[in-house]
Design a binder for this molecule. Sequence first.
Ligand code: NAD
Length: 362
Amino acid sequence: MPHKVTLIPGDGIGPEITRATKRVLEATGIKFEWAIETIGKEAQDKFGAPLPGHVLESIKKNRVALKGPVTTPVGTGFRSVNVALRQGLDLYACLRPCKTYHGVPTPFASIDIVIVRENTEDLYSGIEFARGTREGDRLAKLILETTQIKVKEDSGFSIKVISETASRRIVKFAFEYAHANKRKKVSAAHKANILKFSDGLFLAAAREVAREYPDIEFEDVVIDALCMRLTRNPQQYDVIVLPNLYGDIVSDLCAGLVGGLGVAPGANMGDNIAVFEPTHGSAPKYAGKNKVNPMAMMLSATMMLRHLGETKAAHKLEKAIANVIAEGKSVTYDLKSDRNQPAATTSEVADAVIKKLKKQGD
Ligand code: NAD
């Protein structure tokens, strides 16, 4: 039986990296039945909504999706469809493995960190009040009445919301992941010394959940200290669980440590649904140039294969990608130590990975 998967190529560089990824996935010999869907600007023009209901239905039905990046208009237009998709499907956990592959130009070796980011709340709750609006003024008044703090009249507000329920759920996810993948340590990052009622709640929930997993080491770490330690000794970290905004920033930081966005895969997971996508965005300036690295999306596809129970194929595909990186010939510009060296195109990377897959056999 083929695996039924919703495939969202996205926009910008999305379609070309999706094409390359689909080719390598099919070269593993695993059969897929793709439901190809559109979201973002193209969907807005075609269906009148950037995230049409039928796309959500397709993902709910198939329970697995592979997604390319989608552009969010800056300042005006629709809100991020990526955020809406995660919230709409309650994909509360964002999983981002950051691993150094031999041959990637980076000063760091032997990093193998998994970032678990809370995906549904924090400063991404979408609760905002613009400067100079009636609602903003009312909020300023409430703040003055309840805290005696007078905010500047020209202030805008973005509200940070952290709940015990979501905190417990994400920390539990991190420990379950650690347990299932034989990981030894979970670190929870926060700023509870300053943000007592939001991060403080997250930390208290994390400590409580950690007690249920005595076989896995637990530590908490203040977010600024985490960033400093990650750049000095990243090997000390294993699984890191964070609220939404810190998770967003730290996963890009860790992607940088292991060689950049071109090799940073990801997944957004709920209890029954998983959407696999690279960490990077749609890089519009490279769109259609057949130039960018498709490996972050290919590595996201290996995560999808594991999720589908196709462990052998996942291992084969990851090994083929790792071999192409180690060889260093058929890699895109971002994996060249000297960016002036000739580099492979997006589609040539797919050709090279497929060649390795064929050579590896079963
Ligand atoms: P970006 O990740 O798209 O690109 C930043 C830079 O990183 C690029 O200019 C390029 O130099 C490099 N880069 C990214 N992907 C690469 C790849 N595969 N290979 C080689 N180099 C790569 O970030 P941005 O420019 O801030 O965002 C562009 C758009 O993407 C925005 O509209 C943003 O909202 C959206 N976005 C979408 C997602 C998503 O769909 N999940 C995630 C992040 C950003």
